[in-house]
Design a protein around this ligand. Structure first.
Ligand code: NAP
Length: 357
């Protein structure tokens, strides 16, 4: 089986690298500069549980053109959400009909985009729960824990063993939309983390920032209840609806109850923080923005998530001025307050409640 990886970045590199370590035949498609380093130095894969594998440069097949994925039996998509449509369009003339295309991306919309642009492919939803960092140009590190979840489909019968051989246990599930929404609830922290300018563990250790995340999650949960179509899956020991309450707890209690959530390497940051640092357009429209879109569909508003979108985009455009927890919380509580309270009872045009800029 030949496995193609479209998007040789943090996730594509780590997952593809693990598959290679498990002796799969993998070809990476990514930017040439990265390929040059990997094909010169090899690829080192480490994790917080002590994994330390080095894959020799001679084993790394890497190309910067999508056409090299011709003939692959499965393609893993690991580009950022904003790049999905273009990446899929270049994959379209290359892919044989019925080829499984497994999205390992965050957000809800990527598989719909892939299905639209690749109507003859077998698009499968995947969810990667862990964070991957790049301590060096040829070194990828899994900085948190969790098992990859993939849509339970007959195509996975021949693909899953390669994941297991590579030390990536898989859960196969039928409720992938619920799984993706549960992951999106966790990913709402990406924006808070990016705005904090801090490593994840330090940021999540601060109650003010956790309360920002709790506000954003409460808004999400209330919209999902209002829509009534999908209930986020339970991916953690606590049900998703309890998460905001736990996040609100004082630091000591939170550390006791949510120690697993804090099992993060000290230097790890969210991939949205990495986007800001690298000057890339952040994925925020596909995460917090998904709630703004859902609110609009329901004739409601999502002021907290709209404000987080606006703040992250502002930081991307003009540079990040890291927020203090109390200031960010005050800003989000301000936009979350009903409009009448914010204006002291003065009449304000309806529909002006998004708080975005
Ligand atoms: N990083 C994490 O810890 C993590 C964890 C779970 C899920 N995810 C999700 O996984 C997805 C990928 O995230 P990531 O952090 O791995 O992204 P990433 O590090 O930016 O990797 C994507 C790579 O693909 C390259 N690329 C994009 N389009 C391409 C094309 N058409 N041809 C060749 N190369 C192309 C990008 O290059 P340029 O940057 O030059 O465009 C980038 O190097 C996202 O949806 C993210 O939310 C990430």
């Amino acid at each position: 089986m030949r496995i193609g990886v479209l998007g040789a970045g943090a996730i594509g590199g780590f997952v593809g690298g693990c598959l290679l370590a498990g002796r799969a035949d993998v070809i990476f498609v990514g930017r040439q500069a990265r390929g040059t380093v990997w094909q010169q130095d090899g690829l080192r894969l480490t994790d917080l549980d002590g994994r330390d594998d080095v894959i020799g440069p001679e084993r790394i097949a890497y190309c910067d053109t999508v056409s090299s994925l011709r003939g692959c039996d499965v393609v893993l998509v690991a580009v950022k959400s904003g790049q999905t449509a273009d990446a899929a369009a270049s994959l379209s003339p290359v892919l044989a009909a019925g080829t499984p295309v497994l999205s390992l991306q965050n957000g809800i919309e990527n598989t719909a985009t892939l299905k639209r642009v690749l109507p003859s492919a077998k698009v499968l939803r995947g969810m990667v729960p862990f964070n991957v960092t790049m301590p060096g140009p040829a070194h990828l590190h899994r900085a948190t824990e969790g098992e990859i979840v993939v849509e339970d489909d007959p195509a996975m019968v021949s693909i899953a063993p390669f994941f297991r051989a590579g030390g990536l246990p898989l859960q196969l599930r039928h409720d992938m939309e619920a799984v993706q929404w549960a992951k999106l609830l966790m990913n709402l922290n990406n924006a808070v983390n990016a705005l904090s300018g801090l490593p994840l563990r330090q940021q999540l250790g601060m109650r003010g920032f956790r309360r920002c995340l709790a506000l954003s999650q409460r808004e999400a949960l209330s919209l999902l209840v209002a829509e009534g179509r999908v209930r986020p899956a339970r991916l953690t020991p606590l049900p998703p609806s309890w998460l905001p309450t736990v996040l609100d707890l004082p630091d000591g209690l939170f550390r006791m109850l949510a120690s697993r959530m804090l099992k993060i390497d000290e230097t790890a940051r969210s991939s949205m923080a990495d986007d800001l640092a690298a000057g890339r357009f952040p994925e925020v429209d596909w995460i917090n923005g998904e709630l703004v879109a859902l609110a609009a569909k329901l004739g409601r508003s999502a002021p907290v998530n709209a404000r987080l979108c606006a703040l992250v985009k502002e930081a991307a455009a003009h540079g990040l001025k890291p927020w203090q927890p109390a200031a960010l919380l005050e800003e989000l509580e301000r936009v979350a307050r009903p409009l009448a309270q914010r204006t002291g009872g003065h009449a304000v045009e309806v529909g002006d409640d998004r708080g975005g800029s």
